[in-house]
Design a binder for this molecule. Sequence first.
Ligand code: NDP
Ligand code: 5RP
Length: 476
Amino acid sequence: MSTADIGVVGLAVMGSNLARNFARHGFTVAVYNRTHAKTTELIEAHGDEGDFVPSEALEDFVASLKRPRKAMIMVQAGNATDAVIDQLAALMEPGDMIIDGGNAHFENTRRREAALREQGLHFVGTGVSGGEEGALLGPAIMPGGSAESYESLGPILEAIAAKAPDGTPCCTRLGPDGAGHFVKMVHNGIEYSDMQLIGEAYDLLRRGVGIEPADLAKIFSEWNAGELDSYLIEVTAEVLGHTDAATGKPLVDVIVDQAGQKGTGRWTVQNALDLGVPVTGIAEATFARALSSGTRQREGAVDLLTGPTGKVDFPADFVEDVRQALYASKIVAYAQGFDQIAAASAEYDWGIDLGSCSALWRAGCIIRARFLDRITEAWRSDPELPTLLAAPEFTKIVTDAQDAWRRVVSTAALAGIPTPGFSSALAYYDGLRSRRLPAALIQGQRDFFGAHTYKRVDREGTFHTDWSGDRNEIEL
Ligand SMILES: NC(=O)C1=CN([C@@H]2O[C@H](COP(=O)(O)OP(=O)(O)OC[C@H]3O[C@@H](n4cnc5c(N)ncnc54)[C@H](OP(=O)(O)O)[C@@H]3O)[C@@H](O)[C@H]2O)C=CC1
Ligand SMILES: O=C(CO)[C@H](O)[C@H](O)COP(=O)(O)O
């Protein structure tokens, strides 16, 4: 009998916890995993949490779903996702929907949505953030797909989503086809940037000032009680305060310093290059992970490239300087991420509302932070802001922070401690506020070697100087 309100395919950490979350909210949940043992484990361990309908065969799983059928897949991105979609689509009927909650590339989501639409099926590409715990207790959910699919799917997703401080579910339909996965991708890009900035703050205070991890844990906890209040600062305090049981050392000292990445940060930067949006914080964070893992280059250079090793006279109250630099740089990272979402929304005609986007990041997701309330207000009071930094409140924060920010970046350079995140954020700020940029010279160079032409500041038109001839200017 078809009794299930929704089904979950893929019962690893994310899928099993999402299935439990649906069940705990009173939905009857069909569950299926390629390796059946995982389905059995879920039911044995948590079957009493709600109404589950386990199936060993995908045909039975599909048959157990109420029409229109809703099957959420939580499997590895890429080929595995395509394989599961093909299997499900072959068993479904027009009007049914497949929801991909994995970290898919938005271009794949666009392709899959178009193909399934031809078959009369709805395909909803959905970002899900919050990790293992969020999936169980309330993730932030970023669905794309048709408005029609959201009519019946939306209430189910909103029921299991995290709730913002004002009670609003952290789940909003963001736009058609790839809009949801795009927003999740940029969310992860901001996550990379935020983590890099926190890492730089740690490095300056540990290697530079010499504060031990246990004391740094207290500093990050104090920061978490103020305007920097966020999940990633909270997690940082937890990690820094943790002692390795085997050695008695701070855990951070026994973890290999090579950062991994599964690809969403790289996707964000690749797309930003295509759209021509400067997401310098995300790019620097992604490259910093790559540098950390570039063992051949690091090993080959570490004893050859000399310079300061972190010890200089640090300014008085440097901890507060670092806090302010972190806050200002973090605001720049979010501003750049929103620019990228706005550019993609225009490019793909998605109509993404930046206020809704920031509102749904307020709880459940990895980049949740207290200041997202103010970002949401900023976009809602003026959706046409040219940049988040132009919102009066954020203009004030970054301009007020700049003395501390400049002390941090210059001190870091003198101390030989790399701060690509802080430095690039400050350079972006200075770039935006410069009335004249050296781009004028670049245009002159381009015209010199490639007759690429330039515009003039004093009159309309397109111009070329005859560099190889009489050097007279020609209007084209
Ligand atoms: N882990 C996290 O914190 C987060 C993960 N995500 C995304 O959610 C998705 C699920 O993540 P996670 O729970 O970590 O699981 P994994 O990414 O580790 O994927 C494992 C699941 O995929 C299934 N699978 C793999 N290949 C196939 C295939 N060819 N056919 C059918 N099933 C297949 C596995 O089945 P089997 O047991 O048979 O091998 C298993 O259920 C991923 O896209 C991930 O990027 C999103 C947010 C956070
Ligand atoms: O999606 C997530 C959170 O929102 C994951 O935590 C993300 O996949 C982690 O990315 P990476 O492994 O590249 O650091």
